[in-house]
Ligand binder design. Structure first.
Ligand code: AMP
Ligand code: MG
Length: 345
């Protein structure tokens, strides 16, 4: 009798070991680091076909960079910006992204504006030849930033001479969405994409728990806190990402106020958007930054479908209600004062 029980026991241990081994061999991990869209990217992927999936993701992101770059002469955006006449025919992806951007520009009352390049290029942000342009230069460039003058019809695009588009605030989010589409088609159910600080996810962690996404601390090295996320993007626009200090001693950041043609100079230090769509989060993080905390809260109340975190200069953090249970403050950042923004607040 003891002998039989012992034998059964050995069998179950054997089968458990086989099962564990096959789980381990299925749960393959693949990570790929590369440079694209002027930033470092990391795609981390779990499960069968991970190797193929990360390569396909990188390929897709590189393709989109070639379409959307503002500096590569072969890109759709460069051709548009340097067109001798309109209409100009572009790829479906570019037409789609421009239509989306114009729609967000309309919805945000121009806080988001994909047509600011005539102004931003004066400040030297693309070529890193930073300078403060004269009031005259800015005044001449501003009329060329009216996004309502850009018309998209199918894949054909018209604008006015001198206008120039820039997908810098949405390109990475869009590329993340496209990479995720491809990875899902390859059967991937768990992945983490870090596209230059833009975090996008497929599913949760391989063990089924949600991803824990660190929010950069503008005041220190350790993350400010974490947001739990599953099948979502967590995308931050930060004034600390790219800036220069002018001869006047002022700091000029890379996010612009289209009304003035000057870099945004409000109280916001960083704005994070959380939603299912990467391109929406990318557009909204930039928009919320430009709006400032109060307007951003009003915009969130009127527009469901995303959550936000805004950090302002005096160490205050505004958290939209939907993140209340999903945000964990780093205990080392106890000096940050959190205000929850409610729908009916
Ligand atoms: P992000 O880091 O996603 O907030 O995008 C910032 C980039 O978008 C800048 O480097 C510019 O290329 C472009 N940009 C700056 N200000 C705006 C704005 N108000 N609306 C749309 N794009 C902008
Ligand atoms: Mg953005």
């Amino acid at each position: 009798m003891t002998h039989i029980i012992l034998k059964r026991h050995c069998f179950s241990i054997f089968f458990c070991a086989i099962a564990a081994l096959s789980i381990i061999s299925c749960a393959r991990t693949e990570s790929q680091y590369f440079e694209s869209m002027n930033t470092f990217m990391k795609v981390q992927c779990y499960g069968k076909h991970s190797a193929e999936a990360v390569s396909a993701a990188q390929k897709r992101i590189t393709e989109l960079e070639t379409l959307l770059s503002v500096t590569k002469p072969e890109s759709d955006i460069y051709r548009l910006n340097n067109a001798p006449s309109y209409p100009v025919s572009v790829s479906e992806e570019t037409a789609h992204l421009i239509s989306f951007s114009l729609d967000i520009a309309e919805k945000t009352g121009g806080a988001f504006n994909p047509c600011l390049y005539p102004v931003t290029s004066l400040w030297g942000f693309t070529q890193k030849n930073f300078r403060v342009p004269s009031a005259q230069e800015i005044a001449s460039a501003l009329p060329l930033t009216d996004f309502r003058r850009v018309k998209v019809s199918g894949t054909s695009l018209s604008a006015e001479k001198g206008m120039m588009l820039d997908m810098g605030a949405v390109g990475k989010g869009f590329a993340g969405d496209e990479a995720i589409k491809i990875m899902r088609k390859q059967g991937i159910r768990s992945a983490l994409l870090d596209l230059g600080g833009n975090i996008q996810t497929i599913g949760g962690k391989p063990d089924g728990s949600p991803w824990s996404i660190g929010i950069k601390n503008p005041f220190g090295a350790e993350p400010l806190g974490t947001v739990s996320a599953r099948d979502e993007a967590v995308i931050t626009s930060g004034g600390y990402e790219r800036y220069f200090t002018g001869d006047d001693g002022r700091r000029y950041i890379h996010i612009f106020d289209g009304r003035t043609g000057f870099p945004v100079a409000n109280e916001v230090v960083s704005a994070t958007a959380v939603a299912g769509s990467g391109v929406l989060c990318d557009a909204l993080s930039t928009s919320l930054f430009v709006m400032g905390a109060e307007k951003a809260a009003g915009f969130w109340r009127e527009n469901p479908g995303f959550e936000f975190i805004i950090v302002i200069a005096d160490k205050k953090l505004f958290l939209s209600g939907g993140l209340e249970a999903r945000f964990t403050l780093n205990p080392d950042c106890a000096d940050i004062e959190i205000s929850i923004v409610r729908r009916n607040g």
